[in-house]
Design a binder for this molecule. Structure first.
Ligand code: ZN
Length: 317
């Protein structure tokens, strides 16, 4: 049973993980599958495209995790540590099993067997358009899909986000962060891919639509869209979390604008992906709002994020 799930999970991780930087950047994003007893999820510190049936997967007692989260009345001072402890306590240990990430909480709370969270650039633009004109985006979504959806305002990933995400919606748009999809099987992913294409067509993001449809290789895309000097922007939680690491890659011009030298792609591929995602958002939507500063500051100090950074440092830098 678990072998079949691990195989399917790694397949889905590859499917999302190869779409860099349009769906995922660095070790961001997470996918899980539940069976009766356990939730199987990409382990912390792994890139989605590096998950295989035998590595990069964590096994979690999701019923216990969901129950504790449901009943928890933790104070702000203790919540993050309690949440980190809960993740540790509910993660199974065994040969070949990894540690569950800070984003496991909502995977456990959502009831569907398939939950996928990633940092889709189109989902960010859709949330941005929604803020500008709620009626327009709501009726457009209604015309495109019968999937139910909700918008979630920017909040701190981890404990806070876990508490906000519940219910049976198929799509959760996370403003300034990404998207969560849940369903009975992996088909929800292709439904979302169709929505992305239509969105680019109907909301005037034609060039981004062309990039989505093309199979252009990462380095080629970087040459085309990633080399320009631009203002440093914090469009995602991961930019806040990895600020120092990204700064080590970036060069500053006298004008104050920053650029990412092409040879640095090989030195730190994760940061190159985050930067190219930033570049694309900035190009197609220069007025895109940054991740709220206060949330970014708190996020950097979380125990779970500190662990994640330590683990990921081995990746490139
Ligand atoms: Zn995320």
């Amino acid at each position: 049973m678990s072998d079949r799930i691990k195989k399917e999970l790694s397949h889905l991780c590859q499917k999302v993980g190869t779409r860099v930087p349009l769906w995922t950047q660095g070790a961001g994003g997470n996918i899980s599958i539940k069976d009766q007893a356990s939730l199987w999820i990409k382990a912390t510190g792994y890139r989605l495209d590096s998950v295989t049936p035998t590595s990069g997967i964590a096994q979690v007692n999701f019923r216990k995790m969901a129950q504790v989260l449901e009943e928890a009345r933790w104070s702000e001072e203790t919540a993050e540590q309690n949440y980190a402890d809960l993740i540790k306590e509910t993660t199974a240990q065994g040969a070949g099993l990894g540690r569950a990430s800070m984003e496991t909480g909502f995977h456990a709370r959502l009831n569907s067997p398939y939950v996928m969270h990633f940092h889709s650039l189109v989902s960010l633009l859709l949330s941005h358009e929604f803020k500008k004109d709620k009626t327009k985006v709501s009726s457009w979504l209604k015309s495109q899909t019968d999937l139910s959806w909700v918008m979630i305002e920017p909040c701190r990933p981890g404990w806070v986000l876990s508490k906000r995400v519940s219910g049976s919606s198929s799509i959760y748009f996370l403003e300034c962060h990404g998207i969560i999809l849940q369903g009975e099987n992996g088909d929800i992913l292709s439904k979302w891919a169709e929505i992305e294409k239509s969105f680019c067509r109907d909301f005037n993001y034609h060039e981004l639509g062309e990039i989505l449809n093309s199979n252009v290789e990462f380095r080629e895309m970087f040459k085309e869209y990633g080399l320009k000097a631009i203002p440093k922007k914090c469009f995602f939680p991961d930019i806040a979390v990895f600020e120092e690491r990204l700064n080590r890659c970036l060069k500053k011009e006298s004008s104050g604008l920053a650029f990412f030298p092409i040879e640095t792609i090989e030195t730190d591929r994760d940061m190159a992906e985050l930067w190219l995602a930033t570049q694309l958002l900035y190009k197609f939507c220069p007025q895109f709002e940054e991740f709220p500063f206060e949330i970014a500051r708190d996020l950097k100090n979380l125990p779970t994020e500190k662990l994640r950074r330590q683990k990921e440092l081995s990746y490139g830098s």
